[in-house]
Design a protein around this ligand. Structure first.
Ligand code: ADP
Length: 501
């Protein structure tokens, strides 16, 4: 496949060639048409000239035509004097009398009559066929003298004055001179056009090279960047606002997105491995402890219980990872059925009360309004529970957690919010809390979930809020947070309600 540069030059050459050929053809036809007109004028002038000669010669004493009896019939013929006068003329012409009688044939035609009688006969027949004034005809002749090439005559006739025995004059002019110009034109075109086209293609090739030069640079730069390790680099954008500048800007934007995604992927993989490594190490220690013959049966049981808790935590983590991976791929099908939110919130509130008791917190349900959402009940429960357990986890004893469900009928929305008086989140941390595996300063104490709550304390993996946000968005809603360090936080879930709710 030829390069774009070569294809552009070829395309340009083809277009130019087509244009030049069309232009030359138009010029040739225009030239031929005007040549025919010129010849017609010339032939008419020639015939007029002959008529003038005849008129100038013919007087009472010098008649141009004789009319005398021969063998009992009257025969019209041109007088010798008139013939001699006309012989001095070198053009091609016939002088016809009444009844198409040929009175005079000019010397060049007389020669033609001898050397090529067929052409001569053809010519005189054509000349006779011209019957109205000013009419013209092209006659092709086989010119044997010039090796079979065809010479042309253009004939015109003029009526002689009425009453005269000379009826008309038909004069011809050779077309070769007029055709020479057309032939020269064709010759010039054939000689010049290829040179012009080749030169133009070379120029076009050079220009295309210049115009596409930056593309070559972009390709090299993109190759250097896209090896994966240089995604931080960017292409240099040209100063002109042309297509190439737009291309570099688009590629730069793509690299920025790729860099972001690659970074996130790398962090995610590193975090996931790290998160899995710790429970596996604990598990290994527990199993080793249980297998040790020196371990007492009670200790062995404790070790196995710990191992079980780690297994639960790990499988939970793997579940969360799987959920997010499927969500990323768009493979997670959310069930769409009407979910009555009020009972769900009351249920979550009961769990929160239980958790709150163990944590010495006051848990309130400040409002519960009715509202139906189209979605997946178990996923929505997971979302609400995540927020409530977080509020309890991150609120010190003596604090308060308020849960509410309020409708915004004018917006066809329902809002679930969890307000706590806990440790809050620093302003600098707020943009990150929905990121996967993100957790605020590990040194900050996190309340363990009391065993009597029935909930397993999964130790926190930093995936809860990421999954919660995905659930809210998958239902066409959103999850937002307002928080101040040391003052508490408010997590708000907004979900669209069905029209009937
Ligand atoms: P984790 O399992 O660590 O709780 P999450 O994704 O649920 O993971 O939360 C991410 C981080 O956001 C937490 O580690 C915590 O630092 C912060 N966070 C979440 N909820 C609250 C809250 N109610 N108050 C203070 N910080 C919170």
């Amino acid at each position: 496949m030829a390069s774009i540069r070569a294809r552009l030059a070829l395309g340009y050459g083809a277009a130019l060639l087509g244009t030049l050929v069309a232009f030359s053809a138009a010029l040739y036809f225009a030239r031929s048409a005007s040549a025919d007109q010129d010849l017609a004028v010339e032939a008419v002038e020639e015939a007029d000239h002959v008529l003038r000669v005849v008129r100038a010669y013919a007087t009472q004493e010098r008649p141009a035509v004789d009319f005398r009896p021969v063998n009992g019939r009257f025969v019209t013929s041109i007088t010798q004097g008139m013939a001699m006068e006309l012989d001095r003329h070198s053009g091609y012409f016939f002088v016809f009398g009444r009844d198409d009688l040929t009175l005079y044939v000019s010397p060049p035609l007389r020669i033609l009559r001898v050397v090529d009688p067929d052409s001569y006969n053809e010519l005189i027949d054509a000349a006779r066929s011209l019957i109205s004034e000013g009419q013209g005809i092209r006659i092709s002749l086989d010119d044997e003298a010039s090796g079979g090439s065809r010479s042309m005559l253009f004939a015109m006739r003029r009526e002689a004055s009425s009453g005269s025995l000379i009826a008309r004059v038909v004069a011809g002019v050779p077309t070769s001179a007029a055709e020479l110009a057309s032939r020269l034109l064709i010759g010039t075109v054939i000689a010049v056009v290829p040179v012009v086209v080749i030169l133009s293609m070379l120029v076009a090739y050079w220009f295309a090279g210049r115009a596409l030069g930056p593309v070559e640079e972009i390709i090299n730069d993109v190759e250097a960047i896209s090896d994966g390790r240089s995604l931080h680099r960017r292409l240099v954008t040209g100063v002109e606002a042309d297509e190439l500048s737009r291309l570099t800007m688009t590629l730069n934007a793509m690299f920025a997105r790729l860099e972001h995604s690659f970074g996130a992927l790398r962090r995610f993989t590193a975090d996931a491995s790290h998160e899995l490594k710790t429970p596996l190490a604990v598990l290994r220690a527990d199993v080793e402890r249980a297998m040790n013959p020196a371990t007492s049966p009670t200790e062995r049981l404790v070790a196995l219980e710990e191992a079980l808790a780690e297994i639960t935590r790990t499988s939970d983590l793997v579940d969360s990872l799987l959920t997010l991976a499927r969500a990323d791929e768009g493979r997670f099908d959310i069930v769409r059925e009407p979910v009555d939110l009020a009972p769900l919130v009351r249920e979550v509130f009961e769990t929160a009360t239980l958790l709150g008791e163990g944590a010495e917190l006051e848990v309130n349900l400040t409002a519960v309004e009715e509202g139906t959402v189209l979605g997946d009940a178990s996923r929505i429960r997971q979302l609400l529970l995540n927020l409530v357990t977080n509020a309890i986890k991150y609120t010190p004893a003596g604090g308060r957690v308020d849960v509410s469900l309020a409708r915004r009928p004018q917006h066809l929305e329902i809002v679930f919010s969890v307000r706590d008086t806990g440790i809050g989140i620093a302003a600098g941390d707020l943009p990150h809390i929905f990121e996967r595996f993100w957790r605020a300063d590990q040194a900050r104490s996190r309340r363990p979930i009391p065993p009597q709550s029935g909930l397993v304390d999964r130790g926190g993996s930093g995936l809860g809020l990421a999954i919660s946000q995905w659930i809210a968005q998958a239902h066409g809603g959103s999850l937002s947070v307002q928080s101040r360090l040391g003052r508490g936080s408010v997590f708000t879930v907004t979900l669209p309600t069905t029209a009937v709710s």
